[in-house]
Unconditional design. Structure first.
Length: 151
């Protein structure tokens, strides 16, 4: 597939939030496939945690775990598309045991000429508590004690 065009990356980025928030798993995955076709994904989510590998683990499994409780908003002024990379500041609107709050993340996606994808994110890791968020992160980052938790 090679490196996606700026137009393709822009369409993918716009639809990333749209399909996620609609709860359209197939649409969200198909949207990825407009700019990435393989399985070669490396993800540091967030950086400083163990690297994750493969499209299913990095994209599909993450969708299944987080989508029911997290909605995305990427302010247009926070999005950058430069060459083969997309970066943004995302506002994650999270429902945790019936309470809603927003937690920002910084996310970057680098689409390589060899067809691979590298995803890097930065966010405060929630503590491993017994609420909805804590339980999700016990699953997602089981070896992280969550000491940097959201306050």
């Amino acid at each position: 597939m090679g490196i996606p065009t700026k137009e393709a990356l822009s369409n993918w980025a716009k639809n990333y939030e749209k399909y996620w928030n609609a709860g359209d798993r197939k649409g969200w995955i198909d949207n990825y496939r407009t700019v990435f076709r393989g399985d070669s994904v490396r993800m540091l989510d967030p950086v400083s945690t163990p690297e994750k590998f493969g499209f299913k683990h990095c994209c599909e499994d993450s969708y299944d775990l987080f989508q029911p409780n997290v909605k995305f908003h990427v302010p247009p002024e926070s999005m950058f598309i430069l060459g083969n990379e997309v970066a943004w500041v995302m506002n994650n609107h999270i429902t945790n045991d019936g309470k809603e709050f927003m937690e920002p993340s910084i996310e970057s996606f680098r689409f390589e000429a060899d067809g691979s994808l590298i995803i890097r994110t930065w966010y405060r890791i929630p503590q491993h508590t017994d609420d909805t968020m804590g339980e999700m992160f016990k699953t997602y980052l089981p070896n992280n004690d969550g000491k940097t938790g959201i306050t």
